[in-house]
Design a binder for this molecule. Sequence first.
Ligand SMILES: C[S@@+](CC[C@H](N)C(=O)[O-])C[C@H]1O[C@@H](n2cnc3c(N)ncnc32)[C@H](O)[C@@H]1O
Length: 264
Amino acid sequence: MPRMPDADENLPEHVRANREAWDRWAEEYVEPGRRAWSTDEVTWGIWGIRESSVRLLPEDVSGHDVVELGCGTGYVSAWLAKRGARPVGIDNSPAQLEAARSFQKEFGLDFPLHLGNAEATPFEDASFDGAVSEYGAALWADPYAWIPEAARILRPGGWLMLLTNSPLVILTSPDLEADGPVGTTLLRPYFGMHRVTWPDDTSVEFHLPHGKWIDLLHENGFDVERLVELQPPEDATTRYRQIASIEWARQWPSEEAWIARKRG
Ligand SMILES: C[S@@+](CC[C@H](N)C(=O)[O-])C[C@H]1O[C@@H](n2cnc3c(N)ncnc32)[C@H](O)[C@@H]1O
């Protein structure tokens, strides 16, 4: 029998905090979600970098069972479905899933959506050929919990693509969002980076130094195939100007994607 989602009071403290935060922010993600659902072109991250220029996904995903961990409004799953994959989305926020369900109706595309924590999913062992997370579990779930879970639900040879902020962004962002985007001064330690909170917000993020990502992926049966440090094109724009300017992001990576494969 499929496992029921945990009641809020049984969730880890950071998962509860992030559910509350994402239910609050969901409305701001409806219009960007609709724009992403209404195009077939796959683009990534805060700069909308084209998949055709970075090739983060396998060339052919048709027939792949793919889980999106922290699917939000579900547009990455929708893109995968349009490329012939069988996506399944899981997200921790009822409000984000409500938007995803409304887009499924609006755009006539259906795939399973689950309310739940990517660190402890309801899926059977070895259920998926691929797992993807664009700023979902990749940023908001504890990697020491969700990477082992992704390894459990992937089949041998399965692929993992996660995209998140670069550690440089976390090191150079001022404490308060109001104090502007990233600068060129290191403001906090790199060693020991893991659970990250900000004084003006109740949400909980997770970021790891590169060496820790490599160890964690390796220990959970993944071979790292690529670390893609994303550089936006000169004319790229973002609605996340509070994170980084284009001048900054052209010089240093503001976001990165890890591509790994579960050993067969
Ligand atoms: C930024 S959205 C990601 C979706 C989309 N790619 C995007 O960038 O808008 C982040 C999503 O992660 C979800 N999330 C946060 N913690 C999660 C967890 N522990 N398990 C599953 N989803 C989680 C949030 O509810 C939110 O919908």
